[in-house]
Design a protein around this ligand. Structure first.
Ligand code: IMP
Length: 191
């Protein structure tokens, strides 16, 4: 199920960052995130009843979402992480995906749920999905906190989607801009 969230009158905050003033707006407040994460966890718990899926988080942006999701799921799960680099210090993708950390757990013949923070062009997911399928997983589903539509290049089928947005560069709740703002508890739009 996909949910589109739009807030008509977002809170506006100003972050003073050394010389620069960076403006951000809260797009998805923490309470809304927690509620949606619990709904996704419910759905996963009932879909995987009687199974023990391996949840694979794509580092680093996924950390807070992953930790919250795993702890809300009511069935036993196992966890592992993968890391792919595609973004440098800019707001745009370099278009190249480089795997910098592979999964460590054997995934052959196992039900796997790949957990991503935000899907933008879809290149990262496409690359990792192909790699996990090559490892012979029993089944593979995708859970993404945010499905951002504006720059989608690759067709990606998201099985569990938190929020869908049209455009914008988001920070907070693990999402960064140049490694900054990951710590913010709400998801914000960077201006
Ligand atoms: P894709 O390969 O273009 O789909 O990019 C996915 C990755 O790009 C995500 O895992 C994030 O690390 C990063 N990314 C894409 N959009 C945003 C954003 O709005 N804020 C922060 N990171 C983003």
């Amino acid at each position: 199920m996909k949910v589109t969230v739009r807030f008509k009158e977002p809170d506006i905050c100003i972050i003073v960052n050394k010389e620069k003033i960076v403006e951000k707006e809260i797009l998805i407040p923490r309470e809304t995130i927690q509620k949606r994460v619990a709904e996704l966890a419910d759905q996963i718990s009932s879909d995987y009843e009687g199974k023990e899926p391996i949840l694979i988080g794509i580092l680093n942006g996924v950390v807070f979402f992953f930790a919250d999701l795993v702890r809300e799921i009511r069935i036993p799960t196992m966890i592992d992480f993968i890391r792919a680099a595609s973004y440098g210090s800019k707001k745009t993708s370099s278009g190249t995906i480089r795997l910098t950390k592979d999964v460590e757990m054997p995934v052959k013949g196992k039900p796997v749920i790949l957990v991503e923070d935000i899907v933008d062009t879809g290149l990262t997911l496409t690359h990792i999905v192909r790699m996990l399928k090559d490892k012979g997983v029993e089944s593979l589903k995708i859970c993404a906190l945010i499905d951002k539509l504006e720059r989608r290049d690759m067709t990606v089928s998201i099985d569990y989607c938190g929020f869908q947005i049209e455009e914008g560069f988001l920070v907070g709740y693990g999402l960064d801009y140049d490694e900054k703002y990951r710590h913010l508890p709400d998801i914000c739009v960077l201006k």
